[in-house]
Design a protein. Sequence first.
Lengths: 199, 316
Amino acid sequence: MNPRGVRYLKLILFVLSLTPALLLLEGALSDALGTNPVETLVRDTGQWTLRFLLITLLISPLRQLTGQSQLLRLRRMLGLFAFFYALLHLSLYIGLDKFLYWDEILNDILDRPFITIGMLAFVLLVPLAITSTDAMMRRLGRNWVKLHKLVYVIAVAGVVHFYMLVKADVTEPVIYGLILAVLLMFRLPAIKRWRPFRA
Amino acid sequence: MLIKKPSDISPSEITPRETYRDRRRFMQQMAGLGLGGVLMGATGTAVAGYGGKPLNFTPSTKYRVDEKPTPYEDVTTYNNFYEFGTDKASPARRAHTLEPRPWSVVVEGACAKPGRYDLEEILKPHPLEERIYRFRCVEGWSMVIPWVGFPLGDMLKRFEPTAAAKYVVFETLYDPEQFPNQRGRVLDWPYLEGLRMDEAMHPLSLMVVGLYGEVLPNQNGAPMRLMVPWKYGFKSIKSIAKIRFVEEMPTSTWMRANSREYGFYSNVNPRVDHPRWSQQSERRIGEWGRRKTLMFNGYGDEVAHLYSGMDLRKFF
Ligand code: HEM
């Protein structure tokens, strides 16, 4: 794909990635988020955070399978969208779900394992977002790659967070977990060497 | 013709008082437009089964909280009823498979009058009253709901429980044909709940057959459900098909699913946190902010004595 093609693709992806947030905003303003809109907002943004983490992790296997190295140029934006949705998720939780009841929020983070783990995932996302610029990449060099391996920990924490918060039906988090497992498998050296597009 | 989904109904039609007073008229108008069948019938979006038929009752003067009732639409479309699915929209969508008539209830265990009773036989002697109760879900949200029913104790007495009856156990009907999600194993079916005998005989404990002056919609637990307003919602078991008097404290479905998180008593208690949800505050459906959760859901004056001397942290 030529650079122009990549730029168009990026633009389209940007709009697509922003759409869920805009739809939620529209839903909130028109009171169309159901009986418990706060729950809908917190849950949907949580789901989108996890989805964007997985989509981001899909890029390098996709490159490997298709040989399209240009795909890597989409990865930063997708990762930043994961951070964007995580920030929304956390802000909605603090601002709307808990309505700035700080002692309850603090209690939640310290005492409720699912929230502790979600918070851990969020905290780890912050340095990745901060170091996502070209300048930071250059400055950190090899360490940048090492640092950004944290995304694996974050994604696992995200799935565990989801798994722990459901009351009884774990189907959905298990599906996310299986997808994540497949994506992580592509990071195994043996599979990394596999180049189907050249065969 | 365009078919109205509940979300398309204009707000003026779903404000509580409007709905409450004019609901019958509203249903008739809908029927006139050929929409009644849609609202009440197979799609089950608004009301499923026999839900919506008017009931004869007297409003209770004693048991009515002075707070704005939660709109009918919210009460009937936001339900935890895992027999129809684990998300809250599923019951309203799927509960049309439930057939609340004919219905029978098996009564067994430590009582003088065990047997299989037809629902009509059970209901016949009890005058219906309407009570407006607070409803608090363990997940941290709450509603205010006008139920129609009769005191649970009045019904239990008719079965003449013996001295060995220390607890009463309730079971939801097990029939995957009617409750499709019972085919899966999210919970150990049939759903089972229980009360200590003195809790069950307490005047606040209500057998519910209606909502907003009308027959209980399927998704709210037709034909007959329990309502124990000082306990978290999951104690108030739906679509009851079995009542058993026992000597030992039963293990409820949620205790079996996770004994660390769910106890037998499950009294609303802002001082005892659930591992998953802080119970200090709650969101009243329809409000953006949070309110402080009240001890025993605000029914402490009536029920606190049932637990005097008990460590409520231990017996949560
Ligand atoms: C990378 C970080 C995170 C990811 C991937 C994530 C993901 C998710 C997902 C997938 C859900 C479930 C949505 C559903 O039920 O459909 C969820 C729910 C939730 N998350 Fe997160 N989350 C993250 C961080 C956080 C943080 C930092 C907090 C709070 C401090 C938090 C608090 C919650 C809460 C309160 C719920 C709703 C639980 C409920 O409704 O019962 N999450 N999150």
